[in-house]
Structures are given as structure tokens and as C-alpha cells.
Design a protein around this ligand. Structure first.
Ligand code: SF4
Length: 220
């Protein structure tokens, strides 16, 4: 195999094989990265916020793998046949996968175009990263939280840039490559907010695949 000589490392806390119907078409392996710029009240994967290293600052903590794209490829290629025969591949999530744009870009060079690469993201990243990833990602699953800026700030602890990020996505990625998740967030949004958000996403951004979800509140 070609040696890409990668020096890029990414901390991964889970590799989950043989997923069906959760990350779009085909059989996929979920690769979950550590770290996220948001701090959602009901975070689904709170372990992504924990420290990556032991006290020495260099040894990854238990259950965290520090991987190069090449090493990840070696770990996941066992399902190559499943990916190719079902139209599946790798779903990068976390945590926030857009924090690892260079890693994903290099991984694409290694795995080639026959595997589908999906991102599960909040899209809380720069326009530059969205543009970079648009070259290598086949499908984007975007959980917007809410379009309402005050509820967004209360829920995530961060100022909302959802409109800006959706604009960037619209400019760089065709709508058939995008699924937008609009969650009902108990204590933060209600059904009428969902209806309003969906209308706005269709009217302003032309995305067509929009999925309503509901968050569980027991995670925090
Ligand atoms: S965006 Fe996802 S990983 Fe990040 S804090 Fe929110 S729920 Fe957790």
C-alpha cells in the first residue's frame, strides 16, 4: 500500500462496526473523535469532553486511541467488502469531526473513492473547513440544535452561527448530500419551534432531507 507518511494524529474514543440504517445507506463503521467546541446540556457522548491524556500529557487515557489515518484504515478495512457491496463506508462523528478536517482529508486519500464518507456534525466550524471537507465527504448529517439564537446559546453554551454555517454548506455542497436533523430539545425548544425551523431551512437554504428528532434528557 502507498505510504502517506502521515504525522497527523487524532484521538478516537470509539470504533463501532457493522452499523445499518443509522448513518444513511449501506453498512458503516462509526469513528468517534474526542473533543467538541459545544457543551450541549444533553450531550449524547459526554466522554468526548474528558481529558485526552494522562497527567504526563503524552499518554492517551484508557479507551482513547491516538491514530494516524493510515492506522485507522488498517483497523477498519476488515469491512471493505461490506462497504463496497452495500454502498457504505465510514461515518465520522464524536465529538465534533470537523475538528479533524486534515485527518479526514488524508484518510480519503488512503481509502479511495469506493467507500462512502459521512459526517455527523453540529457544523460548528469555519467556512474554510466546510469547503475543505466538501471535497472529500459524500454525505453530511447536520444536527443544527435550533435556529433560535437565544435557545441555541442556552443549550450549547456558545453563540449561534447556524445561519452562517448553513449558508456556507449550501454554497459548497449540493442538497442531496445533506441531511438536516432538527431536534425537539426538552426545556429549550417545542413543536412550534421545530415547525418554524424546518420552514426556514427549506425556504432559505433549499435543503430537502430534514429529519425531526427528540433528545433524551438523562445524559446529564
Ligand atoms: S455537539 Fe454533540 S458532542 Fe458536541 S456537545 Fe453537543 S451533543 Fe455533545
Amino acid at each position: 500500500m502507498q505510504d502517506f507518511g502521515s504525522t497527523i494524529n487524532a484521538p478516537v474514543f470509539a470504533i463501532s462496526r457493522l452499523r445499518m440504517r443509522t448513518d444513511g445507506k449501506g453498512i458503516t463503521t462509526l469513528v468517534a473523535f474526542m473533543g467538541c467546541p459545544l457543551n450541549c446540556k444533553y450531550c449524547l457522548n459526554p466522554q468526548c469532553h474528558e481529558p485526552i491524556y494522562e497527567a504526563d500529557g503524552t499518554t492517551p487515557r484508557k479507551n482513547i486511541m491516538l491514530l494516524t489515518p493510515q492506522k485507522l484504515h488498517e483497523l477498519v478495512k476488515v469491512d471493505n467488502l461490506y462497504f463496497q457491496t452495500t454502498g457504505g463506508g465510514i461515518c465520522f462523528g464524536g465529538g465534533e469531526p470537523t475538528m479533524y478536517a486534515d485527518f479526514i482529508t488524508e484518510f480519503r486519500k488512503i481509502c479511495g473513492r469506493k467507500w462512502k464518507i459521512t459526517l455527523e456534525t453540529s457544523l460548528h466550524c469555519s467556512d474554510k473547513v466546510i469547503k475543505q471537507l466538501s471535497e472529500v465527504v459524500d454525505h453530511w448529517i447536520v444536527d443544527i440544535k435550533t435556529m433560535e439564537p437565544h435557545a441555541y446559546a442556552r443549550y450549547t453554551g456558545k453563540t449561534s452561527s447556524v445561519q452562517k454555517h448553513l449558508t456556507s454548506l449550501q454554497m459548497n455542497v449540493p442538497p442531496e448530500k445533506v441531511t438536516i436533523k432538527v431536534p425537539l430539545i426538552p426545556g429549550f425548544t417545542d413543536r412550534s419551534d421545530l415547525g418554524h425551523d424546518i420552514k426556514e431551512i427549506v425556504r432559505r437554504f433549499n435543503f430537502i432531507d430534514i429529519v425531526k428528532t427528540r433528545y433524551r434528557t438523562e445524559n446529564r
